[in-house]
Design a binder for this molecule. Sequence first.
Ligand SMILES: O=C(O)CCC(=O)C(=O)O
Ligand SMILES: [Fe+2]
Length: 252
Amino acid sequence: MPAAPTGPGLNRRVSQYLEREVEPARLERARQNFLRRGFAKLPYLASAEIKQQVADEVEALIAEHGVRRDLTLPETGHTPRRMRNVHRAEIAAHGSIVPEIYAHPAVLRALETVAGEQVLVCPYQPEQFVITELEQSGDTHGWHWDDYSFALVWVIDCPPLEQGGFVQCVAHTQWNKDDPQLHRQFVSHPIHSLELSPGDLYFMRTDTTLHRVYPISGGRRLILNMAYAAEHDLSKPISHEGMETLWAETAR
Ligand SMILES: O=C(O)CCC(=O)C(=O)O
Ligand SMILES: [Fe+2]
């Protein structure tokens, strides 16, 4: 992979862009959506140049290190995961811009304005970031909640709406891992659907927003998910069995 211009140069470009181009009032407006619907689109959170650098790195990583998975998870009501992934360990070992942007203080501060509370680097390293590609008809990231409070998703590639790949979510719901009752959540709350295009970014309250990616019937969908913790995550017991099941079958 060609070396991306990271380090102090990247660091400064990210800070300068956020400082000059992203007014706090814009992020505060996004917060209204975030609180009401559990997510907010933030396509302006990175410059076109940074997005391109992220996309190039993610494309190189999925081509080189993608691992196919096809399983269902009992603790989310046996919903399917049909996808190809690159784990955090491979991204950290072979990528440079993704790990740097993930922990960039200016990015964290911008996300905090949307969240209305502290947004922290995830204390459990394997969950910090992951690349997910849906590549075959029927591929989906099925209904689930995440263990940590927030996710920032970078959409690198996405099929047209008619071929699926959009996100659906049910805000203000709680994950009971022993009895997730997905149908109860669907009939008790509105389901919001979110159309996405390549270059989009969205931020979600993932611990209390049930969400999924609608199965694709063609095309290809490629995303980078950056997970973040809220302060309350640092003290709550998190068992990580979803993560362990997801990764176990291809553990190296
Ligand atoms: O692909 C997406 O847009 C969402 C990904 C997601 O929910 C996850 O990785 O936990
Ligand atoms: Fe998720």
